[in-house]
Ligand binder design. Structure first.
Ligand SMILES: [Zn+2]
Length: 478
């Protein structure tokens, strides 16, 4: 069997977090009643002229700069014509010939090290509305149309076909989301459709440079789906070529339940979009000073922040990658450090107990009741010996559910660590009296036996005895 390699490119649609739509003043709020945020403009009524939202252009420039793109001096909107019931004008206002941003890149981590994935362009466009089918799309007796999404501002980010594996495709999408989130122009919530991904896949024999026929998998809505669908599609294409067949250029959809891609439409049915300049919108000449002023407000992006965590805080690369994946987590980490400046301890708690509880409750760090200052406060209490590490775990869980301060919880539950020698000595005596076998073992040189005795003292004190003191007193008495 010949060796094949895949050639993969991604098109990612990102919904911009503006207050109003791209060409009208309808609100962009998510999760409202169908057709609650519509006006004659975004419903395509004749005679209503589009007025470009300046914030959309600013956000698109901001995203373009974060993706290392060149921002165009001149940009223009085109009409992209096709018929679909959720598109009331029968055309979508998009950019084809003069996109706002071009020639950028994103750096990803691969098994073989860092790799740059080129970005061909990022352009602005309006979203279409949404059809709501009664039951299954194939058998629905009728469909309803919701125009809330019509006219929502999008940027479409098109990668170069630089991606070679499903893992790289996923890493690219994850990195891109991370960067866009840092810039603040979108919340990139895939489950709400504010980040949507199409994947173009072709395969070719290793060593050849000619591109194979590609297929496009539409609307993948999770990172896992991006990876799985790409894996499946590569296998499917290789199987066809191995059997002597040829790939049909087509659009496919991913069935997450069955784990397969399914044909939606072939090239013969493909649209001729008949792009032409939108006569209702004037072309834009982009002011370089404006671009520079946007550039000056870009935050520290994930890669830069990661490197700083390694050099400034001495964190392992793994910690630095995890902590900087989202801006919220990175900000949380740094807010903790302001009160408790021990990076590795803070990192361990965020990556360990905090992440575990967030995952178990299906929550984002922004929804977490424990404020960074509260976590830092708890770590200080551990450091001072007010609470033991074991009690800290209990306090932490309680903080997570109630959002109370660690001091309050410790007081309410009487969890203060016992550091009074007299009180611990009494428990130590009791444990020694009750466990003659272990005492003997220890005296006969079995050093391990002391661990058991320490455990018994901790148990008798309900975990509140200071472990260092317990160790010291036990050894003295024995
Ligand atoms: Zn509107």
């Amino acid at each position: 069997m010949a060796q094949y390699e895949a050639v993969i490119g991604l098109e990612i649609h990102v919904e911009l977090k503006t207050n109003t739509k791209i060409f009208c003043t309808s609100a962009t709020e998510f999760g409202v009643d169908p057709n609650a945020h519509v006006c004659p403009g975004c419903m395509g009524m004749p005679g209503v002229l589009p007025v470009l939202n300046k914030q959309v252009v600013e956000y698109a420039i901001r995203a373009g700069l974060a993706l290392n793109c060149t921002i165009a001096d001149f940009t223009r909107f085109d009409r992209k014509h096709y018929y679909y019931p959720d598109l009331p004008c029968n055309y979508q206002i998009s950019q084809n010939y003069f996109p706002i941003a071009k020639n950028g890149y994103v750096e990803i981590e691969t098994e073989k090290g860092k790799k740059k994935i080129g970005i061909t362009k990022a352009h602005m466009e309006e979203d279409a509305g949404k059809l709501v089918h009664q039951g299954n799309i194939a058998t629905t007796p009728y469909s309803l149309v919701d125009y809330n999404r019509a006219g929502m501002p999008l940027i479409e980010i098109v990668s170069e076909p630089d991606i070679r594996t499903p893992e790289e495709a996923r890493a690219y999408a994850e990195k891109l989301r991370s960067i866009i989130q840092y810039t603040g122009v979108s919340d990139c919530r895939m489950e709400e459709g504010s980040l949507r991904c199409d994947v173009n896949v072709s395969v070719r024999p290793v060593g050849t440079t000619e591109l194979g026929t590609k297929t496009e998998i539409k609307n993948l809505n999770s990172f896992k789906a991006i990876q799985k669908a790409t894996e499946y599609e590569i296998e499917r294409q290789i199987d066809i070529l191995e059997e002597g067949g040829s790939i049909v250029q087509e659009t496919r959809t991913w069935d997450d339940n069955k784990g397969i891609t399914i044909s939606m439409r072939t090239k013969e049915e493909a649209h001729d979009y008949r792009y032409f300049p939108d006569p209702d919108l004037v072309p834009l000449v982009i002011d370089r000073e404006w671009v520079e002023s946007i550039k000056a407000t870009l935050p520290e992006l994930p890669d830069r922040r990661k490197s700083r965590y390694i050099s400034e805080y001495g964190l392992p690369e793994y910690d630095a990658i995890i902590l900087t994946q989202t801006k919220e987590t990175a900000d949380y980490f740094e807010d903790c450090l302001k009160v408790f400046p021990n990076p590795k301890t803070v990192s361990n708690w965020i990556m360990g107990d905090l992440t575990r509880l967030l995952n178990a409750n299906n929550m984002e760090i922004s929804e977490c009741k424990i404020k960074p200052q509260q976590l830092a406060e708890m770590l200080k209490m551990m450091d001072r010996g007010t609470i033991s590490g074991k009690i800290a775990k209990t306090v932490f869980e309680e903080m997570f559910t109630s959002g109370k301060d660690p001091g309050t919880i410790v007081k309410e539950k009487g969890l203060v660590q016992i550091s009074d020698e007299g009180a611990i000595a009494a428990i130590v005596e009791e444990v020694i009296a009750k466990n003659p076998k272990s005492v003997e073992d220890f005296r006969n040189g079995k050093d391990k036996a002391i661990g058991f005795l320490v455990g018994q003292v901790m148990k008798a004190s309900k975990g509140k005895a200071n472990p260092a003191l317990v160790n010291k007193l036990l050894r003295e008495k024995l």
